[in-house]
Design a protein around this ligand. Structure first.
Ligand code: ZN
Length: 307
């Protein structure tokens, strides 16, 4: 018997259940998540929210057909304690951060609704295809119990793809932040080579797959001792499930001195002089990874001359 390859952390497992016209992704983030969180000092509620958003970003990013395509998730507040949440994914590189009002966030309790976190906020989901330079963006209200539920609405409204999304995150006393998720989608006909005549029947198939997926527990998604193959098997063992590994995920921040010099070059020279310290440098910090970049003023001017 050949060895079964198993997937544990920081790599999605892609699967299809051809006879039910269902495709899915399972992922569990561990070390990558801990690297991202390690650059910040988030309170538990904020950590959980960002962890789930990062899992969602990987799940959606792994549906990009274009390997160099980018998926961006951005939640904007409608007056809630979470002011901004941004995550993006490109070719396995993942990053994300959030901005919040600490005092107000401390008042929302340990299991807040999206409304308690964002007020009447909205979620923008953007897919950029690198090779064709095409961009798809959908914006949905941040309604429901979780950010996953809001993303389900995106698929229903913008893409007409029935979808189920489950996200879970917890803080393990030893390992740190662990999070996992499942994305299950009813494929549009064509992608699995069947015609529209079957659509009506497929709805019962989809309902069946959805009912099974709904039994998946949060603890299973974040259990470091259960491989993703085991999870897929537990859920869908009645069907033939084809699995393949997705692209491995790591923290990837695209900040660089050159990038910030370019951003600062947009400011008028007098304003730049005001922002500089006594050494003639503007110190910028990256919101994603919290690294500091001292950018000398003459480098910024050089950037403008190079344009
Ligand atoms: Zn950075």
């Amino acid at each position: 018997m050949s060895d079964i390859i198993e997937t544990w952390f920081d790599q999605p497992l892609l699967f299809t259940i051809a006879e039910r016209h269902v495709r899915g992704r399972l992922v569990r983030l561990g070390p990558t998540l801990q690297t991202i969180m390690g650059a910040h000092n988030y309170p538990p509620v904020a950590e959980k929210l960002l962890a789930e958003a990062l899992v969602l970003t990987v799940l959606l990013g792994s549906t990009l057909k274009d390997e160099n395509g980018q998926m961006t998730l951005q939640a904007q507040t409608g007056g809630g304690p979470i002011e901004l949440l941004v995550c993006d994914y490109r070719g396995g590189e993942l990053r994300g951060y959030l901005k919040f009002d600490a005092e107000r966030l401390a008042e929302v309790g340990s299991d807040p609704t999206l409304f308690a976190l964002f007020g009447e906020g909205f979620l923008a989901i953007t897919f950029d295809q690198a090779t064709t330079a095409e961009r798809y963006q959908g914006i949905v209200p941040l309604e429901g119990a979780s950010i996953g539920e809001a993303a389900e609405h995106y698929f229903e409204q913008s893409e007409q793809i029935p979808s189920l999304i489950k996200l879970a995150a917890r803080h393990d006393p030893e390992a740190g932040c662990l999070a996992g998720g499942l994305l299950l989608q009813h494929l549009p006909e064509g992608e699995v080579g069947r015609d529209r005549l079957h659509v009506r029947h497929d709805n019962t198939e989809w309902e069946h797959a959805k009912t099974i997926a709904a039994t998946l527990k949060d603890e299973e998604l974040t259990d470091p001792a259960t491989s993703l193959e085991t999870l897929a098997w537990r859920l869908f063992h009645e069907d033939e499930v084809r699995v393949e590994p997705g692209i491995g995920v790591s923290r990837g921040c695209r900040c660089s001195p050159g990038y910030f010099a370019g951003v600062l070059a947009q400011f008028p020279e007098a304003e730049r002089a005001d922002m500089a310290d006594e050494n003639g440098r503007i110190v910028v910090d990256c919101a994603f990874c919290s690294r500091f970049f001292p950018i000398p003023l003459d480098e910024i001017s050089a950037h403008n001359r190079a344009e």
